[in-house]
Design a protein around this ligand. Structure first.
Ligand code: SF4
Length: 700
């Protein structure tokens, strides 16, 4: 198809937070094909199968092409936008009138553009009077956000992707970039230093197979092992005292805490050889440039924040921050999770301010030209508290945008029941066949990536462009246009009179960022983002006066952090007991996670591509160790029943040594996984702990 093109343009990929550049091949202004962009600093001509298939999933027969409303017989039937907007306003107004303004909430996403997130958050909170709204980033990034905020004073991932190529030692904790972030892994492979690669993971993943040291620890022992490594670093003289004294606080408390985690005792609890723990610590201590990377194996845990901070501590203790090849680096999941962190206006006020801070509210009101009284004085409830609110009748109306909680939320059967209790439930999505749409009273059809304009921010803080290169089908509209239409229908359109298009909102975001650690006042606009291959935040007016933005920049090179005293905090804590452990009735650990490079989240998009579907098993499966399979007489590919205290599912077995005996692994992409998971959360970040529950299984 690309041969038919008469011109090309570039855009950032709309799947994962790597943020690869794609070259879109256009004919008469419409995309007819794409290739990975060779001149983009992120991916240098590479893309994974999802990126290659990004256009294909727009043409699905399952697209939501018209607003849909549930009729008295329970069927979703087509309607027009005028009727849909009226019903939207009537439904939420009625709930607010009967049960108070805080009785309605929204659940947003890391999948829409920054300008759309800012519009949604401002519309819902300042225009419609909602206090509560959270994002599906609570399911993936909340732990990293909280960890960075507490340790650095700001949610500030310090790295740039060049660090993959410049480290002498890379440590991956609960991360499998070979399939989760394959282009980042390609950059590891380009590292000329023959680096040590240390992987902490209970599974022998693709990344663990490529590691020089795999610490195959028992589930939920990661914090203990990291403390034991810290203990060795201190005991064997690997601490960079000059850096620690000048730039951190909390060292004495840290020393006292980790003293309790002797290598021998942790080795016994975690199933590791003590010498392997020492060897990992010594490798970190002796390397000149160490980068430590984590993803969902850390974030999706009941003690994720402290685990992330144990990683941050190791980087700080050894002075591995702010230099090439270093950093405690959280890799984001969704294409615009970082945008959600800065601009969703949910638990943080726009630009990562505090709702609770009067000066912050005044500043935002001034910039937006609104009455400060319209800004809530408290942040939103977290996602799980909103769900509790539905359970106990405090939340009566819910608006879900570009996410699929009926599949993805932990212990999802209960959530599906709760969605049925709502007085009014609206889903805004590209597709009309998601698990969540099945429960909606009203469906608003949205344009997808490739059908609208805006910016995404990738894991290394790079703002990149997305572009409209296709018409959305039927009456589907860009989320931005839907928010504008709702603002007018609700009667608060005047508040958003300057929010005419994504670029005008980007200019508002620049003003909101001024003087903040995420300052982007130096970015001229969309055209400059195109020309520069994206720009990493911060990029202030003062930065811009020094010259053009460099392609790779990292934070904290000067050792000054965003805390009040400018020092990073070394934070340690007691170990928390695991809420549910294997027992006689449920003797296996169930681990969940990413299953394949070609699958994405709940498959709402990837399952619309015939090519991607061929690249992964179309039936749900569970990985089981050969010794367990033999004992239970389970054959590879046979059907098994898997049971937890929450429910039971039937899946196929995949007998493999990638899981240890006594453990099972099920990809999260199949809706069966969250029938089994246990609803428990990190107390600091409120992130669900998807990676640990007890199950039983038997052959069918
Ligand atoms: Fe898109 Fe991520 Fe694949 Fe890059 S690695 S092409 S950003 S899905």
């Amino acid at each position: 198809d690309s041969l038919l093109a008469d011109t090309t343009t570039t855009a950032t990929c709309g799947y994962c937070a790597t943020g690869c550049g794609l070259r879109l091949h256009l004919r008469d202004g419409e995309a007819v094909g794409l290739t990975p962009e060779t001149n983009y600093p992120v991916n240098m001509g590479m893309a994974c199968p999802k990126g290659w298939e990004a256009l294909r999933v727009l043409d699905s027969e399952h697209r939501a092409t018209h607003p849909l409303v549930r009729d008295p017989s329970g069927e979703l039937v087509q309607t027009d936008w005028s009727d849909a907007l009226q019903k939207f306003c009537d439904g939420f107004r009625k709930a607010q009138q009967n049960h108070g303004p805080e009785s309605v909430a929204f659940l947003s996403t890391g999948q829409i553009a920054c300008e759309e997130m800012a519009f949604l958050g401002a519309l819902a909170k300042f225009g419609m009077g909602m206090r509560h709204g959270d994002g599906n980033t609570r399911q993936c990034m909340a732990t990293a956000v909280t960890a960075y905020k507490e340790s650095f004073g700001f949610d500030a991932p310090p790295f740039t992707y060049a660090d993959f190529e410049q480290s002498d030692c890379l440590v991956f904790v609960g991360a499998n970039p070979c399939i989760g972030h394959p282009i980042m892994w390609e950059r590891v492979l380009r590292n000329p230093n023959q680096p040590d690669i240390i992987v902490l993971d209970p599974r022998r993943t693709e990344t663990a197979n490529a590691a020089t040291q795999h610490l195959q620890l028992r589930p939920k022992c990661d914090l203990k092992v990291l403390y034991a490594i810290t203990n060795v670093l201190i005991a064997e003289g690997f601490v960079d005292h000059e850096f620690v004294n000048a730039h951190t606080s909390g060292y004495d408390d840290l020393v006292r805490c980790v003293r309790d985690f002797s290598v021998e005792s942790v080795a016994e609890e975690s199933g590791l050889d003590a010498e392997r723990i020492r060897e990992a610590a010594r490798t970190i201590g002796r390397s000149g440039a160490v980068s430590l990377w984590w993803t969902m194996g850390v974030n999706q845990s009941y003690e994720g924040v402290r685990t992330a901070q144990a990683i941050i501590n190791i980087a700080l203790l050894t002075g591995n921050i702010g230099r090439p090849g270093t950093g405690p680096n959280s890799i984001t999941g969704q294409c615009n999770a970082m945008g959600s962190r800065l601009w969703s206006n949910t638990t943080n006020l726009l630009g990562h301010r505090k709702f609770e801070c009067e000066q912050d509210r005044v500043d935002v009101a001034d910039i937006l030209g609104i009455d400060v009284g319209r800004i809530p004085t408290e942040g939103s409830w977290a996602y799980d508290r909103i769900i509790d609110g539905i359970r106990n009748g405090e939340i009566r109306g819910l608006w879900v945008i570009a996410t699929n909680p009926a599949h993805s939320w932990i212990q999802r059967n209960e959530l599906r029941e709760l969605l049925g209790q709502l007085d009014f439930f609206v889903v805004q999505d590209m597709y009309r066949n998601t698990d969540t749409v099945a429960h909606a009273d009203l469906v608003l059809p949205a344009a997808g990536w490739g059908e609208k304009d805006g910016t995404f921010i990738n894991s290394e803080r790079r703002y990149g462009r997305i572009k409209k290169v296709k018409r959305a089908p039927g009456l589907a509209l860009a989320d931005f246009q839907i928010f504008r239409a709702i603002a007018h229908a609700w009667g608060c359109g005047v508040m958003f009179r300057g929010w005419t298009d994504p670029e005008s909102v980007f200019q508002i975001m620049k003003r909101l960022s001024a003087g903040r650690p995420c300052d982007i006042t130096g970015i001229e606009g969309f055209e400059q983002l195109d020309q520069c291959g994206g720009i990493q935040w911060p990029w202030s007016t003062e930065d811009a006066q020094r010259g053009a933005p460099e392609q790779e920049r990292r934070l904290f090179a000067d050792g000054v952090f965003c805390t009040e005293d400018g020092r990073a905090k070394l934070i340690v804590d007691q170990i928390t007991p695991t809420p549910e452990t294997p027992c006689d009735d449920y003797p296996f650990w169930l681990l969940t996670g990413r299953g394949s490079v070609s699958q994405w989240h709940t498959q709402t998009r990837t399952d619309k591509s015939p090519v991607l579907r061929k690249l992964y098993p179309n039936q749900p499966y569970i990985e089981i160790n050969p010794s367990d399979a033999a004992r239970l007489m389970i054959t590879n590919g046979g059907l098994v029943s898997v049971r937890s205290r929450r429910g039971e599912v039937t899946v196929r077995s995949a007998v493999t040594t990638s899981v240890a005996a006594g453990q099972l692994f099920m990809p999260m992409h199949y809706e069966e996984a969250n029938v089994l998971t246990l609803s428990h959360f990190d107390p600091h970040s409120r992130q669900p702990s998807y990676k640990d529950c007890a199950v039983d299984l038997e052959p069918l």
